[in-house]
Ligand binder design. Structure first.
Ligand SMILES: C[S@@+](CC[C@H](N)C(=O)[O-])C[C@H]1O[C@@H](n2cnc3c(N)ncnc32)[C@H](O)[C@@H]1O
Length: 255
């Protein structure tokens, strides 16, 4: 399996910055996490596995809303180390999403927040997820939205701001096409002005079809908009994220 995140999430400097970033990033606070919590629904009495649990905060949230047991797995030793020290009451294991070492039918819910775009072959992940879920169990995950990721990144003159473009522009009396929806590729950017973070771009069919082929039913597709409260905090970002989808959430079910 090709995993682009392996080196970056093994870097303790990055992991530290990442955790701080998640705590203050409007994308996490005003779009992804509230929508994921809503999609998660009632967890009282359920056994939940967090896939790509990061610093463990999402596992702690799921426990706080009534799950009977919560387990976290992450490919990065550094992330698992941090999760264990932040949440000593939860079990975290170093394990990959496409090679989960749990017996069949172990969990009621699998929850994976912004992880699957780091993995090229989603077929193996979905087959494994299907195996460890109980019949009737749900797999809820968020990923970066292909519509957002297909945008072509441009930098301002000062190189500070990235711009996204898709469509046609007229240039010297000719139309040029900008961006690419169809081609699977590696994309990414610099995070915290320092770290190169890369992930896999796939069109929407490249995300949904491997799940259906693994046997899942598709309960829901969620394309969350920003919470209204972002408007006060960051009006520009609010305007953009009210029009351009940055997260794609699927709610899958094992029949
Ligand atoms: C963007 S972070 C999200 C962390 C956490 N879910 C959250 O929302 O705060 C992505 C996480 O996925 C983990 N990851 C990437 N590839 C993985 C894989 N194949 N299996 C398990 N975890 C993986 C990374 O180590 C990292 O902790």
């Amino acid at each position: 399996m090709k995993v682009l995140s392996k080196d970056i999430y093994a870097n303790s400097g990055f992991v530290y910055k990442f955790t701080k970033g998640v705590e203050s990033d409007p994308f996490h606070i005003y779009i992804d996490k509230p929508a994921m919590h809503k999609a998660l629904g009632r967890v009282r009495g359920k056994k939940v596995l967090c896939v790509g649990s990061g610093n463990g905060d999402e596992c702690a949230y799921i426990k706080s809303v009534g799950a009977v047991s919560v387990t976290g797995i992450d490919l990065s030793k550094e992330m698992v180390k941090q999760a264990r020290s932040r949440h000593p009451g939860i079990n975290f294991y170093v394990m990959s999403a496409d090679n989960m070492k749990f017996p069949p039918k172990s969990f009621d819910i699998l929850y994976s927040d912004l992880v699957l775009h780091y993995i090229d072959d989603l077929g193996k992940v979905f087959r494994d997820a299907f195996r460890v879920l109980k019949p009737g169990g749900r797999f809820i995950f968020s990923t970066t939205h292909p519509i957002y990721d297909m945008l072509e990144r441009r930098h301002s003159n000062r190189g500070k701001h990235a711009e996204g473009l898709f469509g046609y522009i007229r240039d010297d009396k000719r139309y040029r096409i900008i961006g690419d929806y169809f081609t699977r590729r590696v994309i990414g950017g610099k995070w915290f002005n320092k770290y190169d973070v890369r992930f896999y771009y796939k069109p929407i069919s490249g995300i949904i079809m491997p799940a259906l082929r693994a046997g899942f039913l598709l309960n829901d597709i969620i394309e969350p908009k920003a919470l209204a409260s972002l408007k006060k905090v960051n009006p520009g970002r609010y305007k953009k994220l009210s029009r351009v989808p940055q997260a794609l959430i699927l709610n899958l079910q094992r029949p």
